[in-house]
Write a protein that binds this ligand. Structure first.
Ligand code: ATP
Ligand code: MG
Length: 198
């Protein structure tokens, strides 16, 4: 009998995607024997739609560029295309609809995992996917209060990279080489992203 496909789900703003995201996804894929990891850039908050729709496309395209060379990495537009604020419960529901046979593994960093219980429909989330909490420099990893049978913890090689730092560097004209994939460095320069933002 064939096993259900094991599919990782890496949700994020990816503004921009960086090597911390990619290492986390790669490590979880290896450890949990995933067949695929779907990267899901978040949609836009409704209150800023005009400004941010373009940005969502940029974030999506940078995610495509960053993941293109890995045969197990794919990118989904479910969150980018769903109007309104992105909730993980909707992301998982939409992915499950497209892949009803798959076992989903939602990958999340220490900062995000600490907030899961505050997410919309938190109790439901754990029946929709297993959660893999990965370490992240500067953030204590605590899975207290989360269901132990549905949440795993994985220590990954520490990469103290954040999108916030990458944006600040781009804004200041400092190098972002090697923090993000080469194609993303070039994409940021080509489109003049993160210039003049606060
Ligand atoms: P920002 O600084 O804008 O918040 P970010 O670097 O935190 O960006 P996100 O898109 O917010 O990136 O993160 C998506 C997911 O990746 C989250 O679960 C986050 O915890 C995780 N993550 C981000 N950076 C790292 C890292 N360096 N190591 C491990 N996990 C990370
Ligand atoms: Mg973040």
């Amino acid at each position: 009998m064939t096993q259900p496909p094991r599919v990782g789900v890496m949700g994020g703003t990816f503004d921009p995607i960086h090597h911390g995201h990619l290492v986390a996804a790669s490590e979880v894929a290896a450890r949990f024997e995933l067949d695929e990891v779907v990267f899901v850039p978040t949609g836009v908050p409704t209150f800023k739609q005009d400004v941010e729709v373009t940005v969502a496309e940029h974030r999506y395209l940078m995610t495509v560029i960053a993941t293109a060379s890995n045969p197990r990495f794919t990118v989904s537009r479910v969150d980018v295309e769903r109007p309104g604020v992105t909730y993980t419960v909707d992301t998982l529901r939409d992915l499950k609809e497209r892949r009803p046979d798959a076992d989903l593994f939602f990958i999340t960093g220490a900062d995000a995992v600490a907030q899961i219980l505050e997410w919309k429909d938190a109790e439901q989330l754990f029946s929709m996917a297993r959660f893999v909490a990965v370490t992240r420099p500067g953030h204590a990893l605590s899975v207290e209060g989360l269901p132990v049978d549905r949440v795993s913890v994985l220590e990954i090689p520490a990469l103290a990279i954040s999108s916030t730092d990458v944006r600040a560097r781009a804004r200041a004209g400092e190098p972002v080489w090697y923090l993000v994939p080469d194609g993303v460095v070039q994409y940021i320069a080509k489109h003049g992203l993160y210039r003049g933002q606060s």
